[in-house]
Design a binder for this molecule. Sequence first.
Ligand SMILES: Cc1ncc(COP(=O)(O)O)c(C=O)c1O
Length: 305
Amino acid sequence: MTTTLQDCRALDAQDRLAPLREHFTLPPGVIYLDGNSLGVAPKATAARVADVVTREWGADLIQSWNTASWFDLPQRLGNQLAPLIGAGPNEVVCTDSTSINLYKVLSAALNIAREDSPARRRIVSERSNFPTDLYIAEGLCKERGLELVLVEPQDIATALTSDVAVLMLTHVNYRTGAMHDMAAITAAAHAAGILCVWDLAHSAGAVPVDLHAAGADFEEWRASKSADFAVGCGYKYLNGGPGAPAFEWVHPRHASRPGLKFMQPLSGWWGHATPFAFTPDYQPAPGITRYLCGTQPIISLSALQ
Ligand SMILES: Cc1ncc(COP(=O)(O)O)c(C=O)c1O
């Protein structure tokens, strides 16, 4: 069967997404296929950033931490993003870079997974995962005397042995575009007592993602298809601009776990329960807020918004 130009034009005319092009500042005639690296600029971004610089910062100055709600911007953006990745309200924050967020969630996942089972001393990942993911995992393994095991996609299932603490995968491969069955792999990992960390850099904003999958009950974790931790970039299909803040998601069953040993390691003041009490000791904020570290880049977060 041949496809004619007329067929293509007819399909284009039915494309419900086509009008969305008008929301972006693409130069005329450009067909842009590099959104996997740097998403195009939304037309709304320049005005939003200008307003932050001239009014919120320029005129209102320090009051804007309260009047413009700068302080809870990471959580507000997280709530805006949540439906795109199948997360619930107050489960996501936009902050830091994907690499830094991966360090935080992978550390927390290791702390949780190894609490009851210290014999679990491996992180399993895919050899063709994006390098930064592998470097962060390698660094953590060196720091803690653990082992990073890299496998081919077809060997993931057999690598889920009783000495594995965490399975860390990227949902859509940056080089091949191959997409994992997140729910099936997560369920297989959970059945083997392994926590799952997913990198959604190439899925958030591009393909449907359902982190809560079957909506499984917390108590049914072993049979659950619901992921444990996730991170992803803000500058690819979320069009947040070069170096935009990334995001991180932690399942509520892990996020508020009592005990400092289950914490993410970058325990800065923005993750404190009462940051303006300025106490000398660290008390984690409830939920995903404890995954914040220090003062947030408000202008960059506003561009992502
Ligand atoms: C899967 C994946 N993770 C992470 C990153 C980048 O992380 P960061 O924003 O910290 O440089 C990329 C960049 O392309 C990526 O493809």
